[in-house]
Ligand binder design. Structure first.
Ligand SMILES: Cc1cc2nc3c(=O)[nH]c(=O)nc-3n(C[C@H](O)[C@H](O)[C@H](O)COP(=O)(O)O)c2cc1C
Length: 180
């Protein structure tokens, strides 16, 4: 038997999902937040999108600077991802404050988190209001991944984070079952 689900909770039916960390640099101020809603939208040209609440400081900053990075961090960074996803922009460099050193992208002035499994450098392509969120669309200008990615992930070294939402007040970010 299927139980009725409140439509405002439908997004939780998509869990578990692998979140990515979206960041940007606005004249030395580093903004960052995890997003679980990220999806590929076009393969050639490579275009990606994520749904963001327009209230997030990172969203506002990306709208200004019109470039951002996407970094996939593995399960060893779970605590830092929790910090990024549960605090607003209080320190000038939110990534460093969360214990995530970073360097400038090779193509764009966007922060690439040290130890990322994969990273994208994107320019802002389009923003579209969708209900209470905005679809933030980025054109991929450069893409990078560790050796574990050979056309596909081999999952020999990469241990993805899996996000299951807020459970009992704690952030449920878990490593993938069967991989640890
Ligand atoms: C794993 C994870 C995934 C998240 N995914 C999204 C998302 O897809 N869209 C969104 O608007 N917020 C998402 N959030 C919430 C924001 O990351 C969070 O509110 C963050 O603190 C915003 O930071 P900022 O105000 O410094 O930009 C997510 C949080 C976590 C922990």
């Amino acid at each position: 038997m299927l139980n009725k689900v409140d439509p405002s909770r439908v997004y939780r039916l998509f869990y578990p999902a692998v979140p990515a960390v979206v960041s940007c640099n606005d004249r030395g101020l580093v903004y960052s937040m995890p997003v679980v809603s990220i999806i590929p939208l076009s393969n050639d040209p490579a275009i990606i999108g994520f749904a963001s609440s327009p209230q997030h400081a990172t969203h506002v900053a990306i709208s200004q600077v019109r470039s951002f990075s996407v970094c996939w961090l593995d399960s060893s960074k779970v605590e830092a991802v929790k910090v990024l996803g549960s605090t607003g922009h209080t320190a000038p460099d939110k990534l460093k404050a969360a214990g995530l050193p970073h360097s400038r992208g090779k193509t764009l002035d966007v922060p690439i988190v040290e130890g990322s499994a994969a990273a994208l450098e994107c320019t802002l392509y389009h923003r579209q209001v969708i209900g209470d969120h905005e679809l933030v669309i980025g054109k991929v200008q450069a893409a990078w991944a560790i050796d574990d990615f050979q056309e596909y992930w081999k999952f020999e070294r990469y241990r993805p984070l899996l996000y299951t939402g807020l459970q009992g007040g704690a952030l449920g970010t878990h490593s993938a079952p069967g991989l640890d």
